[in-house]
Design a protein around this ligand. Sequence first.
Ligand code: NDP
Length: 328
Amino acid sequence: TMASIPTTMKAAQYSKNGGVEILQYTDVSVPKPKDNEVLVKNEYVGLNYIDIYYRTGLYSAPLPQITGREAEGTVVALGASTPGIKIGDRVAYLHESTGAEYTAVPAAKVYTIPATIAPGVAAASLLQGLTALTLIREAHYVKKGDWVLVHAAAGGVGLLLVQLLKAVGARVIGTSSSKEKLELARENGVEFPVNYKDDDVVARVKEITGGEGVRVVFDSTGKDQFDNDLQVVTRKGSIVSFGNSSGKVPPISLDVLAAKNLKLLRPRLFNYITTREEFERYTGELFEFITKGQLNVKIHETYPLADVARAHTDIESRKTSGKLLFKV
Ligand code: NDP
């Protein structure tokens, strides 16, 4: 009942952009759901690299800002117009301000978690899993036998992406910065691991593919690998640049694409799951992969929400593999 909902709550918040020191675990007001919203008591919150971009100011959001864009929890209150949702429903969702005990979420954004999905797994897989799925379906439809290069293959998105690519029969080359992370990537579907810190990526990819190059590159590093991408992609191939972990790709001339009739995409997950139909279809498919044991969601560590600064430090330090998760 509404009576059991407190008026204040703990939240991981920042009031200006900057380093991890600006993150505060502090008391704020519990939001009141609008007519089209439900109030979710969060149980698990996913950390994503986009949280770093918002904190540093690479992407902008109003201040003060409660960090986090992904969570799962229980519906504890309903707005006036939220058909199909009940108090007590276990839901997962992508929305702003998830790093708190409660979040008010538009009803159109919540997805009822199937009973087959264990606690924590929805918050650990929703954003990165939908990203991986839409990348291989919408950004570049990957086919059996295609040569594919995945950068940061041991990261959150990376480990899910390489498993899906293996499942569709692609031949996967994966990069990472350490031997241990590359071993994990190999266990999850990377046929040819390449250390992009120590090795010559262009030479290795040419060698592995017999000079042909790859049909598609999925690059979340941004500026560091972009020049390599142009060189390793085959004629008529695609470069899918979908992140900025090393910084934004500087402006380029379209002429660089003419050399091999390349396709260059810069997709955002949210523009692939804009309609309720798209969101439900991809989320349903993602949870089915997990239920059937076809997609392993590797958790790097489950942090208390109060340790938000440590989690941000860890993901930025490149020492993590798989998902960083918070227990609220
Ligand atoms: P990850 O768990 O993959 O962590 C980031 C990884 O990036 C690191 O582990 C590191 O792996 C690699 N990396 C490469 N260069 C750097 C650098 N200079 N500093 C820090 N890390 C670096 O994070 P996520 O899975 O959350 O996200 C992966 C990427 O995908 C991000 O760029 C993110 O923005 C993007 N993304 C984009 C989406 C979209 O809609 N377009 C949606 C979701 C994610 P290593 O040590 O192996 O180099």
